[in-house]
Ligand binder design. Structure first.
Ligand code: AMP
Length: 118
């Protein structure tokens, strides 16, 4: 696939990385939609949540645990935060490499058209 997130994983593109292990990586979104906006991605190239399979069970579970850990490390646990994954064209997905947005740091609005820019 060779998406720009793959280039970030391979250190061919710079990113503000806040967490990394053998399975996943988290970095700051380049166009933040909230005071804190992080992206958590698997290192495995999976286009979206619609493309996971049985063999990814452990990986997805690992990433969900890390999403919570990373949000806590970012100071978001007390007041809460939002986790979003966009899927395909109608979902507003721009980068075809599975990623989970972590958004927080302020009270977020309802999930309506104001979120369409994500
Ligand atoms: P999505 O619309 O769900 O595919 O989200 C893709 C996200 O990647 C957007 O929020 C972009 O701002 C973000 N993004 C694009 N390029 C970069 C980059 N080089 N570093 C960090 N975030 C990026």
């Amino acid at each position: 696939m060779g998406t720009l997130f793959k280039k970030i994983i391979d250190r061919e593109l710079p990113a503000d990385i806040v967490y990394e292990d053998e399975l996943c990586m988290a970095f700051k979104d380049i166009h933040p939609q909230a005071p804190i906006h992080l992206l958590v991605i698997p290192k495995k190239e999976i286009p979206s949540l619609a493309n996971i399979s049985d063999e990814d069970k452990m990986l997805i579970g690992h990433i969900m645990l890390k999403v919570a850990d990373i949000a806590q490390s970012a100071g978001l646990e007390k007041n809460g935060y939002r986790v979003i994954t966009n899927i395909g064209t109608h979902g507003g997905q721009v980068v075809p490499h599975l990623h989970f947005h972590i958004l927080g740091g302020e009270r977020l609005g309802p999930l309506n058209s104001s979120m369409n820019s994500l």
